[in-house]
Design a protein around this ligand. Structure first.
Ligand SMILES: NC(=O)c1ccc[n+]([C@@H]2O[C@H](COP(=O)([O-])OP(=O)(O)OC[C@H]3O[C@@H](n4cnc5c(N)ncnc54)[C@H](O)[C@@H]3O)[C@@H](O)[C@H]2O)c1
Length: 308
């Protein structure tokens, strides 16, 4: 008999039709979980049911989190409370819509999802936050990382509306977790790189590392993000938590600490960084959730000279 923690979960996933969500849902399905996607757009694979809803509307959100997982003639089973909500819906960067609209969509949809989930008795909520909260990616001008390695304790100092909306979401989550005693895990995701963009992105990461301070020389493989969500589903009882949801190693071939001392001479180190360990540390998600990277970039990236 499987351990209860390994029994597949019934998950409401928001924003699953987007860039990251599609890969994450595919991975979660491979792990055996049952998914209802809530999005404004349909999911490309019709075996994943999409309920079309605008999550900035509290009524629609509450209904979406308390309905069947697929259509049936007739409906034979009563509606069941989902085991978890994974909330990815939102605007994923500045300059797609005006700033105040981004703030409205990201904070209101998060508030509605968290409040509805808590009031419906859903015990696990996983949220898409972002490493942009550390304030470098969308800074006005060239900002420094506060210290290396970047951990979940590193100060968050954003100037832009997107990162600000993610920080607000984390604060909403912390407050609801305290009030309802549920588990809410915030994943501070790095730049999500799907497979079809891997080669071009890594060519730049490797050959032009001076450009990628804004990503903290770190990324998030979209399928490994699915593995991180899976790990978060299996581990209960941690209350409110923030995890850096990024890959293991620096995104070029130089050892991390000498590289960072050269590129960021004014940034202090809070501990030694071993070998090629990432400048943004994923130690916490590995140690507390047991995440193990399945798609390390070095195993996939072919330098021009490697073939010869
Ligand atoms: N892509 C990245 O590099 C990255 C990095 C860090 C964090 N994130 C976060 O991960 C999540 C997913 O990002 P993505 O790149 O897949 O974005 P995306 O824009 O590709 O997908 C977002 C999805 O949310 C849906 N959505 C937007 N507003 C909605 C609403 N009001 N109601 C219902 N659905 C709505 C969209 O239709 C879309 O399918 C976002 O929260 C984003 O901020 C992304």
């Amino acid at each position: 008999m499987p351990h209860p923690a390994e029994i597949p979960k019934r998950i409401v996933f928001t924003g699953g039709s987007g860039l990251a969500g599609q890969h994450v849902i595919n991975k979660l399905s491979q792990h055996g979980h049952q998914i209802l996607n809530i999005d404004l757009s349909p999911f490309p694979d019709p075996t994943i049911h999409t309920l079309k809803a605008d999550l900035t509307d509290g009524h629609q959100t509450f209904n979406s989190l308390s309905c069947h997982f697929k259509v049936s003639e007739p409906f034979l089973e009563p509606v069941k409370t989902p085991d978890a909500v994974i909330h990815f819906a939102g605007i994923p960067r500045p300059m797609l819509v005006p700033d105040n609209e981004l703030f409205r969509v990201n904070t209101m949809s998060s508030y509605n999802v968290i409040e509805s989930a808590c009031k419906l008795g859903i015990k696990k909520i996983i949220l898409a936050s972002s490493v942009t909260t550390y304030g470098v990616t969308y800074a006005e001008g060239d900002a420094d990382w506060a210290s290396f390695p970047v951990t979940e304790e590193t100060p968050t100092t954003p100037m832009d509306v997107y990162a600000m909306s993610k920080l607000c979401t984390e604060r909403i989550a912390e407050s609801f977790a305290r009030r309802f005693g549920v588990d809410i895990y915030c994943l501070r995701i790095g730049a999500v790189i799907p497979e079809d963009r891997f080669d071009s992105q890594f060519q730049s990461y490797v050959e032009e590392p001076e450009k990628w301070k804004v990503h903290g020389w770190t990324f998030t493989d979209a399928r490994d993000l699915g593995n991180m969500c899976h790990a978060a589903l299996l581990k209960d009882g941690l209350g409110f938590q923030i995890f850096n949801a990024v890959n293991d190693e620096i995104t070029n071939y130089e050892e991390t600490e000498p590289f960072l001392r050269r590129f960021c001479p004014n940034t202090p180190f809070t501990r030694k960084i071993e070998g090629f360990d990432g400048p943004i540390s994923n130690r916490k998600i590995r140690e507390m959730l047991g995440f193990r990277e399945e798609f390390p970039w070095r195993a996939r990236y072919k330098r021009e000279n490697d073939e010869k």
